[in-house]
Design a protein around this ligand. Structure first.
Ligand SMILES: Cc1cc2nc3c(=O)[nH]c(=O)nc-3n(C[C@H](O)[C@H](O)[C@H](O)COP(=O)(O)OP(=O)(O)OC[C@H]3O[C@@H](n4cnc5c(N)ncnc54)[C@H](O)[C@@H]3O)c2cc1C
Length: 240
């Protein structure tokens, strides 16, 4: 594992996911393999025009591989420096990062699991789900639900990719929910917490992972605890 080393990371691919969100793929030219565990994050460093050095955390959104590549899913925060700096990077541009860090990782043994995300909170789950579903011995046929909340259809990142994974794996249930979906939207409506009880009630044998902004994380943790879930079965990562 790369530990606390600082690495240069070169942008090799930049794909818009929505008006304000990008999928960015990097490679680390100084190393041949970058080891990390799905769910971990990297710390990015950049000097601002006024000379202040800024560091910000970003979850790795790709599964580990045999190379030195990784991806991020990030959105532009209004008046924020780092998120806009990263979104404005051009292919071949470099930035320094440190890591991997974090213990928001899958805890064995694998159980039936709900992954709850809003917005770019999907990043660690994209990594975890590709890794888990990549090998039967990792998911062991457990039931895996991804409850993914966004505002409208155009805000759902990686929609086709998750539909594809669900078509391939009968034990993976992709549940996107929209708070302001169009009249044509046929799947779930409302906030993620409106759908948690339906999956989690009477199932305190399961595990939940939650990722996104503080308010959403809090609401879902409280809800699961009110359903009798042990706090140790609820793992979370907050972005703010
Ligand atoms: C462990 C961890 C992992 C993270 N992973 C991701 C990720 O995968 N993708 C991603 O897009 N972000 C992620 N974040 C958030 C990220 O680190 C930054 O906080 C965010 O990009 C804003 O940084 P900034 O320098 O652009 O703005 P800042 O100058 O830090 O913030 C500007 C303003 O926006 C508010 N703000 C901060 N973060 C957010 C946010 N996420 N949404 C809305 N408002 C915010 C601040 O309170 C502040 O008022 C993660 C945070 C943590 C702690």
């Amino acid at each position: 594992m790369a530990g606390f080393q600082t690495h240069p990371a070169r942008l090799v691919r930049s794909v818009p996911l929505s008006e304000l969100t990008k999928h960015l793929e990097f490679e680390m030219p100084a190393i041949s393999r970058f080891g990390f565990v799905p769910g971990q994050w990297l710390s990015f460093q950049q000097v601002k025009p006024d000379g202040e050095e800024l560091t910000r955390a970003y979850s790795i959104s790709s599964p580990p591989g045999d190379d030195a590549r990784f991806a991020l899913c990030l959105n532009r925060v209004q008046d924020g420096f780092m998120s806009n700096f990263l979104c404005d990077m051009k292919e071949e541009d470099e930035i320094r990062c440190q890591g991997p860090f974090g213990d928001f990782i899958l805890r064995p043994p694998i159980r039936d699991t709900i992954f709850i995300a809003t917005g770019t909170g999907i990043a660690p789950f994209r990594s975890m789900l590709h890794w888990l579903l990549g090998d039967e011995s990792r998911h062991q046929g457990r039931q895996l639900w991804l409850l993914f909340g966004n505002r409208t259809e155009k805000d759902i990142y990686y929609h086709d990719e998750f539909l594809g994974l669900a078509a391939e794996h009968p034990n993976f249930h992709y549940c996107p929910t929209l708070s302001r979906g169009s009249t044509e939207w046929q799947v779930l409506r409302g906030y993620v917490q409106d759908h948690v009880a339906g999956l989690a009630k009477g199932r305190s044998d399961m595990q939940a992972y939650i990722c996104g902004l503080d308010k959403m994380v809090k609401a879902n943790r409280e809800l699961l605890k009110s359903l009798g879930w042990d706090r140790k079965s609820i793992r979370y990562e907050k972005y703010d």
